[in-house]
Design a protein around this ligand. Structure first.
Ligand code: UGA
Length: 432
């Protein structure tokens, strides 16, 4: 099919590339000219394993195009995917300005029947609002349908997830439009679940909120385990063996970050508040996460009393491994607090340093390598479980640091393994 995708952030670009890979003719539209020029050459603006290879393949096959021109991008298309951002407003609700701009662009450039598919995460009711706007501003003889098709990809493994997802959700109030989107997606070989528009919109928020709840729950269990001498990893393992609980997303740590869970949990409490529903459970999940992001600072303060003048190495800056995304990463609050506590912070990340420089306090220094970061450090804060840190020979900490004290926010090392080294090791919810 002939499809255009508006917005080439992580959702839009991966969607466009993946759809071209299963044979559709795709034009990706973005307002950023320099980004479009680079993408035309097969250069991905985001770090996403496997994405550039697929981009290059499909550009060369003549199925994948990039433009800044909406008229050109929409020409001859049957379907338009909206994948622009819905950033957080001050009150936590979703800002729909970018979506509204796309609607204007569609209305002023499209002259044929069209199905508009919303990939962006939008509050329940937004797709009906979009349809209303389009109907009001486009010629009445055109057939305009709107379909909700929320995204469930994880950053850092989105190419894998596209072809191995658990489900594709299609929310439509029109059977024919649902069928078209179903046919587009069939080649992915992923189970398709069709429902109405509002339920599809809610599935997205409810799924992210539930996963965030699992994480905050296990983090609270971890904090209790620490006090009682139990081990959260054994607890999570024993819980996860019950299929009703499920073993995934029970890794305790310094909380969730990223562009999705923090934003979507807040947005859902706001959606509920708008209908006078106090979503107390989800509010607690958010509070637990905010506190959890500060756990390592608490532990370090308990251990050292004052942190003034200490040299602290932060290992891992992105919100999780295999991405350079710094949004809501634990490194932000941690580095701010460390600086406020009078420490010298030297940070290292395999790929996120460039982004980190724009976000972290200016006092933070950056190392070119893991070894450089830990050299002469008084303590290490491990914030992201990159393989590079997990696979290291622990002797390096003993050899390079002033004193080998590790505060591990991602439980990267096996406790029995650590015991073989003269390292003072603090982790989350485990019995050391
Ligand atoms: C999340 C969802 O997993 C995707 O299904 C969804 O499509 C996406 O949000 C989105 O809404 O776009 P993502 O934010 O890329 O994906 O990352 P996750 O792998 O889910 O991790 C989120 C955060 O939770 C990370 O900071 C991670 O370290 C943390 N986490 C995850 C834990 O602390 N413990 C766990 O057990 C799992």
């Amino acid at each position: 099919m002939n499809i255009s995708v508006v917005g080439t952030g992580y959702v839009g670009l991966v969607t466009g590339v993946a759809l071209s890979h299963i044979g559709h003719q795709i034009t990706c539209i973005d307002i950023d000219e320099s980004k479009v020029l680079r993408m035309r050459q097969g250069i991905s603006p985001i770090f996403e394993p496997g994405l550039e290879e697929l981009m290059i393949k499909n550009i060369e096959a003549g199925r994948l195009f990039f433009t800044t021109n909406h008229r050109e991008g929409f020409k001859g298309k049957d379907v338009i995917y909206i994948a622009v951002g819905t950033p957080e407003k001050e009150d936590g609700s979703a800002n729909l300005t970018f979506i509204e701009k796309v609607i204007e662009d569609i209305a002023s450039n499209v002259e044929n029947d069209i199905i508009v598919v919303t990939k962006s995460t939008v509050p329940v009711g937004t797709n009906h609002y979009i349809k209303g706007l389009l109907k009001a501003s486009m010629p009445s003889d055109l057939k305009i349908e709107v379909v909700s098709n929320p995204e469930f990809l994880r950053e850092g493994s989105s190419v894998y997830d596209t072809f191995n997802g658990d489900r594709i959700v299609i929310g439509a109030d029109n059977e024919e439009a649902a069928k078209v989107i179903e046919e587009i997606n069939k080649p992915f070989g992923v189970p398709i679940y069709k429902t109405d528009i509002k339920s599809a919109e809610m599935i997205k928020y409810a799924s992210n909120a539930f996963l965030a709840t699992k994480i905050s729950f296990v983090n609270e269990i971890a904090n209790i385990c620490e006090k009682l001498g139990a081990d959260v990893e054994s607890v999570a393992c024993g819980m996860g063996m019950d299929k009703r609980v499920g073993s995934m997303f029970l890794n305790a740590g310094i909380g969730y970050g990223g562009s999705c869970f923090p934003k979507d949990t807040k947005a859902l409490t706001q959606i509920a508040a708008n209908i006078d529903h106090d979503f107390e459970l989800l509010k607690a999940v958010i509070t637990v996460n905010n506190n959890q992001q500060q756990r390592l600072i608490e532990k370090a303060t308990e251990r050292f009393g004052s942190l003034v003048g200490k040299r602290v190495a932060i290992l891992g800056l992105s919100f999780k491994p295999n991405t350079d995304d710094m949004r809501e990463a634990a490194s932000i609050i941690t580095s701010k607090q460390l600086i406020a506590n009078g420490t010298h912070v030297i940070a290292y990340d395999p790929i996120a340093i460039e982004n980190a420089r724009r976000i972290l306090p200016s006092e933070v220094k950056y190392a070119q390598s893991f070894e450089e970061a830990i050299t002469e450090a008084d303590m290490v804060f491990l914030l992201t479980d990159w393989a590079e840190f997990k696979d290291v020979n622990l002797n390096v900490y003993v050899e390079k640091m002033n004193q080998p004290v590790i505060f591990d926010g991602r439980n990267c090392y096996d406790l029995d393994y650590v015991k073989n080294y003269s390292i003072e090791y603090h982790s989350i919810g485990r019995n050391v």
